[in-house]
Ligand binder design. Sequence first.
Ligand code: FAD
Length: 375
Amino acid sequence: MIGSGPAGVGAAEEFRKQQADVPVRILTADCDEPYERPPLSKEFLRGETDEVSMRPSSWFAERDLELITDAPVTEIDTDARTVTAGGRRQEYRHLILASGASPRPLPVPGGGRALQLRSLQDAQRLRASSQGAQSAVVIGAGFIGCEAAASLARNGLAVTLVAPDAVPQEKRLGTEAGRRLVTLIEQTGARFSGGVRVREIRPGAVVLDDGATVEADLILAATGVEPNSAAAEAAGVPVDQSRIVVDAGMMTRTPGVSAAGDVALAFNTTAGRSLAVEHWQDAAEQGAIAGARAAGDQQSWSDVPGFWTTIGDTTLKYHAWGDGYERSRLIAHGDGFTVWYESGGVAVAVLTCNADDDYELGEGLIRAGAAAPVL
Ligand SMILES: Cc1cc2nc3c(=O)[nH]c(=O)nc-3n(C[C@H](O)[C@H](O)[C@H](O)COP(=O)(O)OP(=O)(O)OC[C@H]3O[C@@H](n4cnc5c(N)ncnc54)[C@H](O)[C@@H]3O)c2cc1C
């Protein structure tokens, strides 16, 4: 396995369940043993926990899984079936590419001054910078940006969240849902500034394209990720939109090579099309399927993707194919809401806040290709 996120570890675990004796090696660029990313923008950033291990240290040795950290793979030779990490070539019989994604650099002058948040090391740096800081600007209002802005505000910083959309994630979730996100962000004490782009980052200040300059002790760029597919692409493994193309069993068209998780563009048998998904649980599931296939078992990816996000004290739950919608409608409940999304007369997504029944109903309707109840 290349990568020690949920896809790589999920693949190793499932392979080992089915093949007791074949050596399994996980090569990872991470310096740390496998850890959970979701808490890094939430409990960890708020200083409520330091414990983010994905598995106890002994877990890998107990299963005879060899974990090699700080070993970025720089070259793959799919004819010779070798990978090169740290100048050392290693042979494989089956290779599972689970290299995830990395933060996209902010393409403006001084963009490199902004902190980023993907790895545990990034999170440690961000948390250390936030201690003693009075103010922060978070650039980008995707879920990681919203969560981090809320956590920093909870820590007492004066936080401004800036994004090009008028409301957070307007294109992905629609205007009504975006307005609810603004409310959740503002309830944490952070300020949302929409409809603006960053023109430049100077030491201690963010210059916006409306001419305003926002001073801040801490600047975080949460402006999306790029799949880590370069080594695979250079090796001739088929890639589309920077993602490694795989079938429902997570196999690439290159013999002996699978891919899973954020780096993959995977075929979902229920949706009947390929999907790009960036969620923890789906990465773990795809990894398990890749591990099973490598061990000779036939499994296919059929689940409706989904994830939870927590902004301040409020958790939103989302099921979606994730490749767009035609119409949406928000239904307000007493202390929450549900947004239904449809395309071609069938439900393609549901976003819920304090509405678990709708979350479950929505998954079933999306899976069945049935109409949403209110559109
Ligand atoms: C702060 C934060 C909060 C999040 N919160 C949520 C949440 O609440 N819910 C949710 O569903 N999702 C959340 N996500 C997204 C989720 O973490 C990802 O979708 C998931 O981690 C993807 O898993 P993966 O195994 O595909 O890739 P990753 O977890 O990115 O793991 C990739 C691994 O590959 C390694 N690697 C990369 N390149 C190489 C190389 N060349 N050689 C060797 N190793 C390499 C990396 O070091 C890493 O170990 C969050 C992400 C972040 C950053």
